[in-house]
Each structure stands twice: as structure tokens, then as C-alpha cells.
Design a binder for this molecule. Structure first.
Ligand code: PPE
Length: 329
């Protein structure tokens, strides 16, 4: 991965190499963490974070669902992230906030294990590739079903839950496909391993609803609004597996992947990206990069530092911390 210089941990900016944790950290053993994936784009008005507060609100919801006290307000995390982007001198980047149970107590009810909060930013290109965005990807319906609300919490973006996505992604990659599509426990269409899904048939755009075990994607919500603003009919409904194969167009959307057309599913050819997918993709791209005035409010501008000499300097604590130590406070 591409490195940057600074990482924010528990209120401090530390050097990338020094952002380390103990091997007995709770989250490493049990997956007790919640995280976000956010992107910052270079715009005419400077770096801008796409729907920053919506992502941080979901982080707060994920933490609430797993009984993790965050310890930092969303505005604090938001401002730290702005400062982190400035200190790293990045115009565009991927943003990964994570809150996890740290070192201090083992066992399943480890209420005294501290909740650590960190944010990292680094340059990360389109997750399924630029070529995938242009010409579409090949997907495979996974033999692994998406986690069910009977056992976990599809609405939460929690670290341990991603073992499910990793199984699906690994299976599809080893079989030579670009991405996996997961069904929910009922056998109806749910989502990609890291993206929500849209299926277009006879001019109607359908996407699985909240009860279909989806993650409530920020890109999904944005795409629904854009599609409706463009005059398309969007419905939230159950989608049968066969509809994937019979669809006129299918696309995936997520923060890391952005909007990606699907050109083939289980060796059923859907053809080149269709007209509706193209229209929504173009507008979504404009919104992300600050070229669409009507969606300007979705961008959280990273203002230049008030005094540039101050912003460039690391905090005293970060400089004085010995390599490998965890800075808290
Ligand atoms: N479903 C899942 C399971 C998922 O992980 C994501 C995001 C989405 C839907 C789309 O949500 P949103 O980004 O809010 O539109 N996946 C994140 C992590 C991917 C990764 O590989 O790591 C992301 O896209 O950042």
C-alpha cells in the first residue's frame, strides 16, 4: 500500500511507522472493532471529503450496536481527519477511521479493555480498477451467504464481520472473477463483497432494501438520489437471483470501488455498460469531484491551515514518543 507520513491515534499525530499496537489487543483476537471507509477528492475548492458526517454517523451507529464507547465526538474525529489530510499534504486519499478494543483484558466481556480510536489516510486508487469502472467487471454469485441478522448485525460496519466478505471475495478471485455478489440468508440478492448493488430491468432501477441484510451504504443513498434527480424510477425491493442474469444493466457502488458497471455474472453476458448506468456514473463522478453544483453540500472542504507553520509541525508528544510505543491521551 501507499504510505503517508502521519496517523492519528487517540488524539495524537504519530509517524506512520510508529502507529503500532500490542499483540494482545482485543480487536486482533475477536474482531471487536468498527470502521469506516471514506474518500477525499481533489476539487477546484481544494481537497474535499465526500459525505464525511454521514460516514462518521455510521461509525457512531456501528459503535453503538457493538457497545463500544467511542470516547471522541464526531466533530473531534472530523477535525482530526482534516488536520491529518493537511499534515500529510494530500489532495485526494482514502480515509480509514477505526475504533477497536485494545490491550488490557481478554475474554468476551472485556469492558476494561480500552477503546482505541485511529484515523489513517493514504492514496488508494479505484478498488476494482479504472478499467473496471470504464468497461465493467465480471462477478460471481458467492456460495457464501451474507451474514444474517440472526447472528450478526448487517447494519454495522464491524471488523469481525468482514471475514464473511473476505471468504466471498477470495472465492470469486480464486475462480478468476473480479468481484463476488452475496445473497442473503433467504437466497435473495444482497450486495457485493464491499459494494451495494443496483439491478436495472425495463427502465426500473431496483436495489435491495434494509431488511435484505445490506450495509446502509453512503454511495447507495447518493446514487438513489442522483438517479431520481435524473428522472429514473428507483425502487427498494427484493431481487431474485435470476434477475441478475436477466438484467439489462447491473452496477455496484461503494466508497472504495466508486460506481462500477457489471458486464458478466456467473458467465451470463450483460454486455457493455448501459446507458442508465453511464448516466448515473457520470453524475456520481461529478458529485465526488465537486463538478456538480447541485450536490456541493455533500462535500466537506478541508480548509487550508490557519497558520501554515503550525500545521506542518508534529505535536510534541508524537515527536517524543519512542518508536513502537503507543501514544495515548
Ligand atoms: N457493503 C459492504 C459490505 C461494504 O463494505 C461497503 C463499503 C458498502 C456496502 C458500500 O458502502 P459505502 O462505502 O458507504 O457506499 N466498503 C468499504 C470497505 C471496502 C474495503 O475493501 O475495505 C469501502 O468501500 O470503503
Amino acid at each position: 500500500m501507499d504510505k503517508s507520513e502521519w496517523i492519528w491515534i487517540n488524539g495524537e499525530f504519530v509517524a506512520w511507522e510508529d502507529a503500532q499496537i500490542h499483540v494482545l489487543s482485543h480487536g486482533l483476537h475477536y474482531g471487536t472493532g468498527v470502521f469506516e471507509g471514506i474518500r477525499c477528492y481533489a476539487t477546484d475548492r481544494g481537497p474535499a471529503v465526500f459525505r464525511h458526517r454521514e460516514h462518521l454517523r455510521r461509525l457512531e451507529h456501528s459503535a453503538e450496536l457493538y457497545y463500544l464507547p467511542l470516547g471522541y465526538g464526531l466533530e473531534e474525529i472530523r477535525e482530526a481527519t482534516h488536520e491529518l489530510i493537511r499534515r500529510n499534504g494530500l489532495e485526494s486519499c482514502y480515509i480509514r477511521p477505526l475504533a477497536f478494543r485494545g490491550y488490557g483484558e481478554m475474554g468476551l466481556y472485556a469492558q476494561t479493555a480500552p477503546v482505541e480510536v485511529m484515523v489513517a489516510v493514504w492514496p488508494w486508487g479505484a478498488y476494482l480498477g479504472e478499467e473496471g469502472k470504464r468497461n465493467g467487471v465480471r462477478a460471481k454469485v458467492s456460495s457464501w451467504r451474507r451474514i444474517s441478522p440472526a447472528g450478526l448485525i448487517p447494519h454495522a460496519k464491524a471488523s469481525g464481520q468482514y471475514l464473511n466478505s473476505i471468504l466471498a471475495k477470495t472465492e470469486s478471485a480464486k475462480a478468476g472473477y473480479d468481484e463476488a455478489i452475496l445473497l442473503d440468508e433467504r437466497g435473495t440478492v444482497c450486495e457485493g463483497s464491499g459494494e451495494n448493488i443496483f439491478v436495472i430491468r425495463d427502465g426500473e432501477i431496483a436495489t435491495p432494501g434494509h431488511a435484505a441484510s445490506i450495509l446502509d451504504g453512503v454511495s447507495r443513498r447518493s446514487v438513489i438520489q442522483i438517479a431520481r434527480d435524473l428522472g429514473y424510477k428507483v425502487v427498494d425491493r427484493d431481487i431474485a437471483r435470476a434477475e441478475l442474469y436477466l438484467a439489462d444493466e447491473v452496477f455496484l457502488c461503494g466508497t472504495a470501488a466508486e460506481l462500477v458497471p457489471v458486464r458478466e455474472i456467473d458467465d451470463h453476458d450483460l454486455g457493455d455498460p448501459g446507458e442508465i448506468t453511464r448516466a448515473i456514473q457520470a453524475m456520481f463522478d461529478d458529485a465526488l469531484h465537486g463538478r456538480a453544483q447541485e450536490y456541493a453540500e455533500w462535500l466537506d472542504l478541508v480548509e487550508p491551515a490557519r497558520r501554515s507553520s503550525e500545521a506542518a509541525k508534529p505535536s510534541r508528544a508524537a515527536v517524543e514518543a519512542p518508536a513502537g510505543s503507543k501514544v495515548s491521551g
